[in-house]
Design a protein around this ligand. Structure first.
Ligand SMILES: Cc1ncc(COP(=O)(O)O)c(C=O)c1O
Length: 412
């Protein structure tokens, strides 16, 4: 078994890809994305929730409309947006099924969303009051089950919310509750039951309950079954709780998974610039990447799995290895792409390549312009195997694309 045994990445003509698109390049698989969506939907059907479950994949973790195109044709699947600009671009690309979770916003922005008619999960009593006063077509709310700093109506405000709705003789369409990432499946089921209790106590006429995201993905695992969230067990338990707590069968259940359906659809291909440099201080592997291409790895202390390719793009496996840190191409002291060391096989040097796996969510979208490093290109491998450039690499002067040639006085 090799690092790429389980990855769609091994089937690609990487030589052609690197020649045409250059490196660094993010590569995405349509087939893997469809497979991941199918896995969640199959699990819902197996638990008897097939007709009741809707998925809304958040746009911000991978903001490429080409990559997300399958969301247009898979049944029961839509897209979650948070900004009018996201909505506008997705409409231009022909997306139609949306929900909106905008955080805290102005009256003007609420009016924009109300005009679209899509369920919009408002995050405070003040924002809900505006929608009620303006006779919004539909009212949904976001509840902060963790009573944290996250946008959302707090537990202690639910009575007030119910009274406000009553005053205007309106019902909630949906309630969204973020169940929190990093929770065990058992804890997540506990939160589901809490949400059902909120529904029953305060909003028994709501049409949908939205459990948001936070469904774990194991970046250290290699096989698909180990990496992905256990949707079978999760849905089975939700179906059990819903039946026991007598949640009406026509109430739909919404989910907003990002990592679980997107992470293993992407890989980052880099050039290795020279053999491992070992000094009395450390061993480093010099690449043409940069931590600014995917800052989430360092920020979240996430060690993505990697693979090494020779100059003919064949995977290098076996033999002795040297433990080394993956160095980016800038002078910054901590320009290390991954937080930990990788095991570099003997013989890896200039002309070889490094593949960083599971970068389909929260990676290319978080690219920072710090250090003047332009963003990487993105290539989508279609389900039939054809390759398409979907984002061109940032130009050499990308960092300065909005720089004015002349200072322009701000008008008095
Ligand atoms: C409102 C909302 N929905 C969905 C998600 C996706 O979460 P995950 O990547 O854990 O599935 C997030 C992540 O920040 C979120 O804030």
């Amino acid at each position: 078994m090799t690092a790429l045994t389980h990855s769609w990445f091994k089937d690609i003509d990487l030589k052609r890809l690197a020649e045409q698109a250059g490196t660094p390049v993010f590569v995405y698989s349509e087939a893997q994305f469809r497979k991941n969506l199918g896995r969640v939907k199959d699990a819902a059907a197996a638990a008897g929730l097939g007709e009741r479950v809707e998925l809304y994949i958040p746009f911000f973790p991978n903001s490429n409309p080409h990559v997300l195109e399958p969301l247009k044709d898979v049944d029961g699947v839509g897209i979650l947006v948070q900004l009018p600009s996201e909505y506008r671009i997705l409409r231009e690309f022909g997306f139609e099924k949306f929900i909106v979770s905008p955080g805290h916003v102005s009256d003007r922005e609420i009016a924009f969303w109300d005009e679209t008619g899509h369920p919009t999960f408002l995050a405070s009593l003040d924002e809900v009051a505006y929608s009620l006063r303006t006779d919004a077509p539909t009212i949904s709310v976001r509840i902060d089950s963790l009573d944290s700093g996250k946008p959302g109506i707090k537990y202690g405000e639910l009575g007030q919310l119910a009274a406000l709705l009553k005053e205007y003789e309106r019902d909630l369409e949906g309630l969204e509750v973020y169940c929190g990432s990093g929770n065990s499946l058992e804890e997540m089921v506990g939160i589901v039951e809490q949400v059902f209790s909120i529904y029953l106590e305060h909003f028994p006429t709501a049409r949908s309950i939205n459990f948001a995201g936070g469904h774990g993905f194991d970046y250290d695992a290699w096989t698909e079954s180990e990496k992905h969230f256990d949707w079978h067990e999760y849905f089975r338990r939700i179906a059990q709780s819903a039946a026991r707590m007598e949640i009406p069968e026509d109430v739909t259940f919404l989910f907003e998974p990002a990592r679980d359906v997107l992470a293993d659809t992407g890989a980052l291909l880099l050039d290795i610039e020279r053999g491992v440099i070992t000094t009395p201080v450390s061993s480093i592997l010099v690449t043409n990447g940069c931590r600014m291409l995917m800052p989430s790895a360092q920020l979240r202390d996430r060690n993505h799995n990697v693979a090494f390719l020779d100059s003919a793009m064949r995977e290098i496996t076996g033999g002795a290895t040297t433990s080394a840190a993956v160095r980016g191409r800038t002078i910054l002291r901590n320009d290390y792409i991954l937080p930990g060391d990788v095991q570099v096989p003997e013989g890896v040097g200039a002309g070889c390549h490094l593949v960083i796996l599971d970068v389909g969510a929260y990676c290319a979208t978080q690219h920072m312009e710090f250090l003047n490093v332009p963003p990487a290109a993105e290539v989508l491998i279609a389900a039939d195997g054809t390759m398409n450039l979907v984002t061109s690499a940032g130009g050499e002067l990308d960092k300065w694309r909005h720089l004015l040639t002349e200072k322009t006085p701000v008008k008095q």
